[in-house]
Design a protein around this ligand. Structure first.
Ligand code: NAP
Length: 244
């Protein structure tokens, strides 16, 4: 998708791998200045080599105090992609406290914290902004062994709507997008078994998983002025899964 984001400063969480990394590359190609936030320094080092000028920030977003130290002084940000998440799959009866805490801290609480930092800066500058929360089709459908993950993403969809409600008067748009399976490191960890993958593919009208580019194109659309009247939405990138 040809979009110019020159002059905009963007922040992407979970930028080391998968959808986040490809989003940074696309934003960089579209002329945006990008702050890339992730947890593994080696991923950020290679990303900066690929995309000179990207500003790396290495932090565990599950740690509120460390995140505050790392991002509290990040400076002006116009576009935010809350993408970092974990998918810790367990049968409901075996769900652990640790999986609950980590999942909600990273998938939901960090979205609140990073969005507060960015939105406060936008409001102080009187600048418009766009925030994209990377949710999942799992926010709206029950998937076996996904009770905690589905719950974090269901909460993220509702957080998106309330953020849109409260930040709209400041001309800050907030949207979620809800992909089906994508074969990133997270997708490979959970959907590489062909028999398990077939159970999902059989529920997708287009009969295929999403490519990273499908997700990145939609993120850039929601960040850009091409979607300037869209806020509070949950946008499927799911081959029709949520229609069934
Ligand atoms: N892949 C799918 O099938 C799929 C489907 C629907 C929705 N999604 C959503 O899409 C988003 C991106 O997923 P993905 O497939 O690209 O995942 P991924 O391949 O696992 O990559 C996630 C990235 O986020 C980083 N990250 C995770 N926890 C972090 C933390 N506590 N602090 C800082 N960075 C952290 C990871 O860093 P480390 O590797 O260093 O931990 C990694 O760079 C997620 O919100 C996910 O829920 C994915």
């Amino acid at each position: 998708m040809e979009l110019s984001l020159a002059g905009r400063r963007a922040l992407v969480t979970g930028a080391g791998k998968g959808i986040g990394r490809s989003t940074v590359q696309a934003l960089h190609a579209a002329g945006a200045q990008v702050v890339a936030v992730s947890r593994t320094q080696a991923d950020l080092d290679s990303l900066v080599r690929e995309c000179p000028g990207v500003e790396p920030v290495c932090v565990d977003l599950g740690d509120w105090e460390a995140t505050d130290r790392a991002l509290g002084g990040v400076g002006p940000v116009d576009l935010l992609v809350n993408n970092a998440a974990v998918a810790l799959l367990q049968p409901f009866l075996e769900v652990t406290k640790e999986a609950c805490d980590t999942s909600f801290d990273v998938n939901l609480r960090a979205v609140i914290q990073v969005s507060q930092i960015v939105a406060r800066g936008l409001i102080a500058r009187g600048a418009p902004g766009s925030i994209v929360n990377v949710s999942s089709q799992a926010s709206q459908r029950a998937l076996t062994n996904h009770s905690v993950y589905c719950s974090t993403k269901g909460a993220l969809d509702m957080l998106t709507k309330v953020m849109a409600l409260e930040l709209g008067p400041h001309q800050i748009r907030v949207n979620a997008l809800n992909p089906t399976v994508v074969m990133t490191p997270m997708g490979q960890a959970n959907w590489s078994d062909p028999r398990k993958a077939k159970t999902m593919l059989d529920r997708i009208p287009l009969g295929k998983f999403a490519e990273v580019e499908n997700v990145v194109d939609t993120i850039l659309f929601l960040l850009s002025d091409r979607s300037s009247m869209t806020t509070g939405s949950t946008v499927p990138v799911d081959g029709g899964f949520l229609a069934t």
